[in-house]
Design a binder for this molecule. Structure first.
Ligand code: FES
Length: 336
């Protein structure tokens, strides 16, 4: 190994003192960020929006991300700075050994741990050690405070008004999710898949960004057209489709990833996150993967101009399951 080259901080006490001040400064800033995180969590209203030109984001997300991220980042930077500039920087070689350690190895490990602690100067540099412990302890507080987001427990009424309903309703047009243009049944070819949204979603983008994203997360659908003779349509869903055009929720029933990997021939829709596969030619039943229930189907028909419109909202909640969910209306393979 190359010979050890002394660092400026090894030979110049003033430089070492400056590095100590830098480390302590970073750790103090980290503590400040952790405290700011908690203050922002309670002081900034959850619905506030930050506008950066055409880009909008939730103020909570931006500010908590910045302060929480900086708190952890500064701890990392300060410890790296400490290790590079002040700790003993001699390189040590450890030879490869069998997986099971012997008693001797244990003793050697304990010895090198003590040597490492001694080399780190943590005993002598009490200020840095104390600040590091304080910053690390405070950095855990934001994680604990964020647990408050898990409450309050949503009662039946809250669930019915939020996660159990979407903005789909009778007569709402299905529109392309990029152009926002209504989709006509005659425009779709067999084998085609289109991502769509309710026409009532677009106005929300200009009025209320938070509501827009919340509703979009639940209302997103995919429309597929299959040969009507090649699919199974149960009696109870005969009028939910238009000549082999069917609409399904785009949100995976496992943990909620958006899905759009479509295999025209098998009629399978594959979720990219954990490979749950749904058979859209059989009411969206699960044919593979961890999802536990069929993909919710949106009942559709056409209006007098041939545009695809919804017959109603989804008949079951979309997205991942939860304990209180009533699964009586879920479609199960073989149901009619
Ligand atoms: S979220 Fe789709 S399989 Fe897990």
């Amino acid at each position: 190994m190359e010979e050890h080259v002394e660092r400026w901080t090894d030979v110049n006490p003033a430089a070492a003192a400056r590095v100590v001040r830098q480390i302590v400064g970073m750790l103090a800033l980290s503590m400040l960020c952790s405290i700011l995180f908690v203050v922002i969590y309670f002081a900034v209203p959850k619905g506030d929006v930050v506008n950066f030109g055409p880009w909008h984001s939730n103020a909570h997300t931006i500010l908590l991300g910045l302060t929480g991220g900086l708190a952890v980042l500064l701890i990392g930077f300060s410890t790296i700075h400490w290790a590079k500039q002040l700790m003993n920087d001699e390189e040590v070689v450890d030879v490869r050994h069998p997986i099971a350690s012997s008693e001797d190895d244990h003793a050697e490990m304990a010895e090198s741990w003590s040597a490492g602690v001694k080399d780190s100067d943590i005993g002598r540099r009490k200020l840095i050690g104390g600040m590091l412990a304080g910053a690390a302890g405070l950095a855990a507080v934001p994680a604990v405070v964020s647990l408050a987001d898990m409450g309050p427990h949503p009662g039946k009424g809250t669930r019915a008004a939020t996660i159990e309903k979407t903005i789909w309703a009778e007569g709402v047009k299905l529109v392309n999710d990029v152009t926002w243009k209504p989709i006509k049944a005659s425009e779709l070819e067999i084998g085609q898949m289109v991502n769509a949204e309710p026409e009532t979603l677009e106005p929300l983008a200009h009025e209320d960004h938070v509501a827009f994203h919340q509703e979009r997360a639940k209302a997103a659908i995919i429309i597929v057209r299959m040969n009507p003779n090649s699919i199974k349509v149960p009696e109870s869903r005969k009028d939910w489709q238009v000549n082999g055009i069917l609409a399904y929720s785009k949100i995976c029933t496992h943990v909620g990833c958006p899905i759009s990997l479509w295999e025209q021939k098998s009629h399978h829709l594959l979720c990219p996150c954990h490979q749950s596969t749904f058979d859209l030619g059989d009411s969206g039943v699960v044919v593979f993967g961890p999802a536990a229930r069929a993909l919710p189907q949106l009942p559709i028909t056409t209006d007098s101009e041939g545009n695809l419109i919804a017959r109603s909202d989804f008949t079951v909640p979309v997205g991942p399951s939860y304990f209180e969910r009533d699964s009586r209306n879920d479609y199960k393979k073989g149901d009619n």
